[in-house]
Design a protein around this ligand. Structure first.
Ligand SMILES: *Cc1c(COP(=O)(O)O)cnc(C)c1O
Length: 825
């Protein structure tokens, strides 16, 4: 559906300013980095505490965008925007939401709104699978469920949409009303109540009520009857109550029995007290089973028959929420997106590929399978896919499947292109053998079996991997940012290879989220970042005297903590003819590690700095020795007093602004009033709260697999020095991780455990260099099964507590041979 610019102006009540043409609008944009079709795009300049879309208007205009929704028309040279249309509004976000509301009103079709603490995306994807043979479904891409994501999703409704399915997520009271107005669900699904974002709500009930706001005016609401809070909140609902229950046979969807086998679950149900049915779900985990109840209830309510439900349920597939980035063979990087293959998620994945700063000298390749069940006419679909590839800068297109083969003509404008009927044909081809130095996005509908491609393209690695969740890194960043004033700058510490998580990928993510500074320990770490396309400011915490030239060459800003270092640095800079090189001055206020003494050194330090022009102080900082514990608060007060004194002297001596910073992760939370101009975030970014030793959003999961299982009889021993005595007949698994991987030897001999299929398995005997043995007696498992050493389900702090150390040490001692694998939800 296409709107004229005047129509949009009228719909959102905006004043049209400027002399642009009467353009048509097909795409809405809120993040300048995602631009794809400039001519038909309407950019909304959104303002938030930390960013302002108005700053990107000029750049977007230069890239061809002509239509802007703004709160303020740019005041720089009018000639700069000769062909622009500005729609002037009071609030751009509200305008975006209003436009989506008006767009929604054009559709008199069933619209499903999904909310709840967990499972929204899975329920959305599965329900869409259940309905797709009956209707053409338009749904939110990935998990676009926020105040911005929901309007963008609803905008996707088009002439051929027969059902809409949209998810809505909130973190604050008051947010749901806006989402309700945009989605206006005719059917609501409440997936369940959990404790996410509870800090912003007074009670669980308050949070539940707020979420249920989404369903105002809906004909029917599907919800779990067995949760007493939800049940209570649903009492005054005016919608038809379509509840599901494991306990109450009067529920609309009564789960009569559940039979689990090794790899599937059979569910017998009674629908509305009269119709019995059953289905086999190809999953056995609790969450999937629960999600299937909501899906089944909704599908039945929407007219899917019991037989159809049974057929479709058995073919449901796991919903991959991840975009994985994996190091491939022959200099390739693989981006593996196994999320359902559809046009919108292809666009998101291509955008993700483009934003990664690692294209230097490498081609952008897309391997795409036929897109199934798009609801669009084939011709038109592949026409749009081809156009998208062109706009998103795909340099090489590899199409897999009969439909793409039949439509190859449409891709004639993509530089290099090849087509194969199946994955096997591609694997046997020259094109496959020739892949090298490319960034390859793999996006295939599941029936095409793209996992065979990934297996062949991934560099063969040790089976032990550290999985790093980049979405969690961003969530942690935002958690700590929430303590800061909008203007407070942030240094993110990615020393020790990003606390073990891998500095390069972490840095790429942080750069994308516009962190002001990155900090590493030594110059070489900084060089690696620069060589991988990191352009952010980088601080070097421990510059070596021998590395000054490297610092200058790669624009790395050193910390300066002593007169010896200061003099040597000035000399080296002068030697290179450098002036005004930024440095960061460290004061020792009580940590007694490195730094100038604020009570003694300031006059001499100021004198030295003023007597030359090779370097200039960019910032001055100190480090709390005990921000993680209230016991040291008096000491911290004294540290802060000394820092104020020393930094005041330095700042007053110079006319330019010198940034002051003192808070680390613990300090940001404990002393937000001491945030000054900047803070330094370390451990918290990696998901560990240093004050409580609890996990914020888990970032790193260390995983391996079972190599071999064996039965060991009572009385025998396991491992070196016969330390692992077996007291009852047992099953012991060997796993390919040892102390050389960073699995501390002191965890052995039943001092700690790992998780096998969710159940704790203790380490038996001494941990070896490359292998460890675990007791899996009574745990259902087989060779090849995954083992979690620590991570999403077993906090790393359990290990550090057993070892009598801190999580920092456990994370940073994971050795280099453990492959890091990155993903985004
Ligand atoms: C490592 C480090 C930090 C970060 O500390 P966390 O406790 O990990 O937040 C901050 N400042 C300096 C000087 C550091 O060396």
């Amino acid at each position: 559906m296409i709107y004229s610019i005047d129509k949009v102006a009228q719909l959102i009540g905006a004043k049209r300013v400027g002399k642009g043409h009467d353009n048509v609008i097909a795409f809405l944009l809120t993040d300048s980095r995602s631009l794809c079709f400039p001519e038909e795009t309407l950019f909304f300049a959104l303002r938030s505490a930390r960013s302002d879309g108005h700053l990107y208007i000029k750049e977007l205009y230069d890239r061809g965008v002509r239509n802007f929704v703004v709160e303020k028309v740019p005041t720089d040279n009018e000639e700069n925007y000769r062909l622009a249309n500005f729609l002037l509004v009071d609030n751009s976000l509200q305008a975006l939401q209003l436009l989506a509301e008006r767009h929604r009103e054009m559709f008199n079709i069933p619209v499903v709104g999904i909310t709840g603490s967990n499972g929204k995306t899975v329920v959305k994807e599965w329900l869409s699978e259940l309905l797709v043979s009956k209707y053409t479904v338009t749904r939110s891409p990935r998990s676009y469920n926020s105040q911005v994501g929901v309007p963008l999703s609803v905008w996707l409704l088009g002439n051929n949409s027969e059902v809409g399915i949209f998810e809505a997520g909130i973190s604050q009271p008051g947010e749901m009303v806006a989402l309700q107005r945009i989605i206006r669900p005719t059917v609501g699904i409440f997936t369940g109540l959990g404790d996410a974002h509870q800090e912003n709500f007074s009670t669980m009930e308050a949070k539940c009520k707020e979420k249920l706001e989404l369903f105002r005016g809906a004909k029917a609401v599907i919800y779990p009857f067995d949760d007493p809070i939800v049940r209570k909140c649903m009492v005054d609902s005016e919608s038809e109550r379509v509840d599901w229950s494991l306990t109450d046979r009067h529920a609309a969807f009564w789960v009569e029995s559940i039979e689990k086998s090794d790899d599937s679950t059979c569910i017998n149900f009674v629908w509305r007290g009269t119709t019995s049915g059953s289905y086999v779900l190809p999953f056995i985990d609790e969450a999937s089973i629960i999600d299937s109840f909501a899906c089944a209830s909704a599908a039945l309510w929407m007219g899917v028959t019991v037989d159809m439900l049974k057929e479709k349920m058995s073919t449901l597939e796991p919903v991959a929420m991840r975009l994985e980035v994996i190091e491939g063979r022959n200099g390739c990087t693989l981006i593996n997106d196994s999320y359902n293959s559809d046009f919108n998620s292809l666009d998101i994945a291509l955008d993700f590929m483009n934003r990664r700063p690692d294209h230097a000298g490498r081609r952008r390749t897309l391997v795409l399978s036929d897109i199934l069940q798009s609801g669009q006419a084939e011709e038109q679909l592949y026409e749009s896919v081809a156009e998208l590839c062109e706009q998103r800068g795909v340099e090489k297109f590899i199409g897999i499947g009969p439909k793409l083969c039949a439509n190859k003509e449409k891709f004639r404008r993509v530089g290099e292109r090849v087509f194969f009927p199946s994955v096997s044909d591609f694997i046997g081809s020259k094109a496959f053998a020739k892949l090298h130095d490319e960034v390859i996005l793999l996006k295939g509908a599941r029936v095409f079996g793209f996992e065979r491609l990934t297996d062949l393209l991934v560099r063969k690695v040790h089976e032990t991997v550290l999985e790093v969740n980049l979405t969690a890194v961003v969530a942690n960043l935002n958690f700590y940012r929430s303590f800061l004033r909008p203007e407070t700058k942030l240094v993110c510490m990615i020393k020790a290879d990003g606390y073990g998580a891998g500095a390069v990928e972490i840095a790429k993510t942080l750069q994308e989220h516009r962190v002001d500074y990155l900090a590493v320990a030594v110059a070489d770490e900084g060089v690696t970042l620069r060589k991988n396309g990191i352009t952010s400011n980088i601080v070097i915490m421990n510059p070596e005297m021998s590395s000054f030239k490297t610092l200058f060459d790669y624009e790395l800003e050193p910390e300066v903590y002593s007169f010896r270092l200061l003099h040597a640095l000035v000399k080296a800079a002068q030697h290179e003819g450098i002036t005004g090189y930024p440095v960061h001055i460290k004061l020792d206020t009580g940590m007694h590690r490195l730094g100038f003494n604020p009570e003694r050194d300031m006059p001499e330090l100021i004198g030295c700095l003023k007597g030359q022009n090779a370097i200039i102080p960019r910032s001055v900082f100190s480090h709390f020795a005990g921000a993680d514990s209230d016991n040291f608060d008096t000491f911290s007060d004294e540290q802060f007093r000394l820092f104020k004194m020393g930094s005041d002297m330095l700042c007053n001596a110079f006319s330019h602004r010198i940034l002051r910073h003192m808070d680390n992760s613990a300090g940001i939370e404990h002393f937000p009033e001491r945030q000054l101009d900047m803070c330094r975030l370390g451990l918290g970014l990696y998901g560990i709260n240093p004050r409580t030793n609890s996990i914020i959003n888990n970032v790193a999961t260390l995983r391996t697999t079972i190599l071999q299982l064996r039965e060991v009889k009572a009385g025998q021993t396991v491992g070196y020095s016969r330390r692992g005595t077996i007291e009852r007949d047992s099953v012991v698994a060997a796993i390919p991780i040892g102390y050389a991987d960073g699995l501390n030897r002191h965890l052995g001999n039943r001092n700690c455990y790992c998780l096998v299929n969710g159940r704790p398995a203790t380490y038996v005997g001494n941990i070896c260099m490359d292998v460890a043995m675990i007791d899996v007696t009574g745990i259902p498992c087989k060779e090849g099964d995954s083992v979690e050493i620590f991570g999403d389900n077993l906090p790393v702090t359990v290990l550090s507590d057993v070892l009598g150390t801190i999580p920092y040490e456990v994370l940073t001692t994971i050795s280099n041979r453990v492959k890091r694998m990155y993903f985004q939800d």
